[in-house]
Design a protein around this ligand. Structure first.
Ligand code: GDP
Ligand code: IMO
Ligand code: MG
Length: 428
């Protein structure tokens, strides 16, 4: 019985939702611990597709406890829509628990996200404009409003009035934007509070009790290692910590409670938004991967930039997250290519570079050094064990393991729950 943290090992959209759903079968609790509805996790069960933004991907099993931890920022309007949409489709949402300490996203956060991106012009981050950055800014500035405050009418009215006075000043005087109406925000959020209050709990107690009772707890990361505020391609990052260490803070458990960490990576690389991406392909192969992989954002619909698997990023993710295992998704997308490539290191001003650099100026100048491997032509979407894969695909996976420095525990060969090859035992 174990606690397993699952994180994105690249720039997000690695297939964390699918892998979480697959591993949730043997979990008792599934916990989201950071990010917000900037995340879009697609899960396909039989012929039904679910797009989850805030609710953990364990929700599709009726008996699992699903938790939104204190490290998540919650847009209540989005959460309620997500709950209603799941309920309409017959999914049991009665086992959802929301941390009292999670911070709330307000319309002024969304607006500030948009106007700040507009102001930055061509230096924009390419955010999802969901108010994520501004909400985490308020949390750090100690003016945020938490779920526990939202459901306390008196406390909430005072906090909102104080905040909206300042935000309206900023919106009108600095950004030349419209002011928001206090009473309409207050009315809407009081009504969200009524709907959501029954889900609130001190979730740290629930999670710690579960670990003491020897239950399996799965932590579902959002975003990816290279979007981490400390360790990502700053400033082209998100405002939370998608790396494994954040699971402790965002759930309210100690580091001694974590047994295993798994990094999810695509068999290639994608990125949405701005920022350097050394193995990006702007040729036919990039277009092939984008079309075959359906690489268009779950949250914003933006096309995802595509490129080869980057082993420098792989090694970095193994180190920063202490990965025990990799889960490699979307291997099926590469079927049909004559050759496949893995970046083993970068060349920077003539020198070989093995480690991911901190400086974006350096990263922009890095040229990938590739190892070229034979591709495979077979359709592998029916493979259910490594032996079912063509030798070239197996060889490709072995090189990913060797270059990244972590063994592979799971391989994805399609978007459905069943299209998964499990090669190691995860919970014991
Ligand atoms: P997440 O944000 O990390 O959960 O990833 P997204 O859901 O945003 O993007 C991954 C996409 O790839 C989704 O549409 C999944 O249904 C799909 N997917 C996941 N694993 C596989 C796989 O092994 N093969 C294929 N073809 N699609 C997959
Ligand atoms: P999942 O969980 C991919 C990116 C945005 C932008 C940057 C900052 O589905 O993997 P933000 O709105 O967070 O301030 O935007 O981070 N980004 C993601 N990219 N997958 C995600 O989530 C992302 N969440 C944020 O595109 O570049
Ligand atoms: Mg996604």
């Amino acid at each position: 019985m174990s606690t397993v943290v699952l994180i994105g090992a690249q720039w997000g959209d690695e297939g964390k939702g699918k892998v979480t759903d697959f591993l949730a079968e043997k979990a008792d609790l599934v916990v989201r611990y950071q990010g917000g509805n900037n995340a879009g996790h697609t899960v396909v069960v039989d012929d039904r597709e679910f797009k989850l933004h805030l609710i953990p991907s364990g929700i599709l099993y009726p008996e699992k406890i699903c938790i939104i931890g204190s490290g998540v920022v919650i847009d209540p309007e989005v959460l309620i829509k997500e709950l209603e949409s799941l309920q309409r489709r017959g999914i049991n949402t009665g086992n959802l628990k929301i941390s009292q300490r999670a911070h709330v996203i307000f319309p002024y956060h969304r607006l500030l996200d948009q106007v700040e991106e507009g102001r930055k012009g061509e230096n924009k981050i390419g955010t999802t404009c969901r108010g994520i950055g501004p909400a985490y800014m308020d949390k750090s500035a100690r003016v945020g409003i938490r779920m526990v405050d939202l459901v306390d009418r008196e406390v909430f009215a005072g906090l909102l009035e104080r905040n909206m006075e300042g935000k309206n000043h900023l919106l009108t005087k600095v950004y030349d934007s419209e002011a928001l109406d206090l009473n309409s925000v207050l009315g809407a959020y009081n009504s969200y509070a009524e709907t959501l209050k029954k889900y609130l709990a001190d979730v740290s107690i629930i999670i710690n009790d579960a670990t003491k009772q020897g239950k399996n707890v799965l932590f579902e990361g959002a975003q990816g290692t290279l979007l981490d505020l400390d360790h990502g391609t700053y400033p082209y990052v998100t405002s939370s910590h998608p790396t494994a260490g954040a699971a402790c803070l965002g759930a309210g458990i100690g580091p001694t409670r974590i047994d295993r960490v798994i990094g999810v990576a695509k068999a290639y690389t994608t990125r949405v938004g701005e920022g350097p991406f050394p193995t990006e392909l702007s040729d036919d192969v990039g277009t092939f991967i984008q079309n075959r992989g359906g690489e268009f954002g779950t949250t914003t619909g933006r096309p995802r930039r595509c490129g080869w698997f980057d082993g420098v990023v792989g090694r970095y993710a193994v180190r920063i997250n202490g990965l025990d295992y990799l889960a490699i998704t979307k291997l099926d997308v590469l079927s049909g290519l004559e050759k496949v490539k893995i970046c083993t290191s970068y060349r920077y001003r003539g020198e070989l570079m093995e480690e991911f650099p901190a400086s974006l100026r350096v990263l922009k100048e890095c040229v990938p050094v590739y190892e070229e491997l034979p591709g495979w032509q077979e359709d592998i979407t029916g493979a259910r064990s490594l032996e079912d894969l063509p030798p070239a695909a197996r060889n490709y996976l072995e090189r990913i393991e060797e270059i990244s420095g972590a063994p592979i525990a799971l391989v994805g060969v399609g978007s459905r729950r069943s299209q998964t090859i499990l090669t190691a035992s995860i919970y014991d």
